[in-house]
Design a protein. Sequence first.
Length: 172
Amino acid sequence: MPKKALLVIDMLNDFVLEGAPLEVHEGRKILPALKRRIEEARREGIPIIYICDSHDKDDEEFKVWPPHAISGTKGAEIIKELKPEEKDYIMRKKRYSGFFETGLDSTLKKLGVKELIITGLVTNICVLYTTADAVMRGYQVTIPKDSVAALNEEDGRFALNQMENILKAKMI
């Protein structure tokens, strides 16, 4: 059986907390399912990798989005409900894909991972682009629909459709 890893994308204060700069209202609704998935992964010895936006103060992305998840700020921290444990991995990213200019691919290879369970925020942005890059690198991808959230329902449906029908990610 291929070794799995659980990716938890951008479950950060600046996305999840009420009134946050890039608040994803649905982000709080997925917390119970996401907590269960993390607990299950820990019980099964599946590595958990938190993929976290970590921007410079003058990041180019702020031409598109309001400033958020600036390195070293509270907003860039993982929400307390999903606090990583010492053995978990944290990958900091500056762009939408968890693979772009990060050590994610080399970490997954070192761990012998072939299958990714991708969760978190935002379905139609970072989840979608991380999934696309994972598939292009030969990983099998599973998306638990109860553990991802989009900015709005229409964009979320579009992204799930793309991941399932174009990228051939398994939806559960």
